[in-house]
Design a protein around this ligand. Structure first.
Ligand SMILES: [Zn+2]
Length: 151
């Protein structure tokens, strides 16, 4: 059992966390103020269900902002082809962590063996359609719901 959540890029397999923080490259789909930068780094918690994000003061992120997420080491997109609208990272070798890329969208999923799924975040149920047969609950924002997936 690893003592912390180690998160790896699914492409280059390099580690993207230091202790309990993850570094990701974030790109805004729309930049309203052209004096603001479009791409930057974001520090996030590696603990599922924690959604604090730290960015540079010249790269502020607003709730609802549409974002694309990239590996800061190999620059490849972390967008999931399996679950449309979510991004993903490898978690401690044998699990996959899926998360909603947009700022303020609190939805995280941990998939193990392609079957068992844990859901975190107040907006997790908005992604119900990706997991047919699942019963995600929004009653507790950081509660963990273990569900069985079909197939
Ligand atoms: Zn990478």
């Amino acid at each position: 059992m690893e003592s912390q959540n180690n998160l790896q890029c699914p492409h280059c397999k390099d580690y993207l966390n230091m202790n309990d923080q993850v570094i990701l490259t974030v790109e805004k789909l729309i930049v309203e103020d052209s004096s603001r930068q479009k791409r930057g780094w974001a520090f996030l918690s590696s603990t599922p269900g924690k959604y604090e994000v730290t960015t540079h003061e010249h790269f502020p992120l607003k709730d609802g902002e549409k974002l694309m997420i990239f590996c800061p080491l190999c620059n490849r997109s972390l967008e999931s082809k399996k679950y449309h609208g979510l991004c993903y990272l490898l978690l401690n070798n044998n699990r996959t962590l899926y998360f909603a890329p947009d700022k303020g969208k609190h939805a995280t999923f941990i998939e193990e063996n392609g079957k068992e799924l844990q859901a975190f975040g107040a907006h997790a149920s908005e992604y119900n359609h990706l997991f047919p047969g699942s019963q995600l609950s929004t009653t507790n924002a950081v509660a963990c719901n273990t569900i069985r997936m079909h197939g």
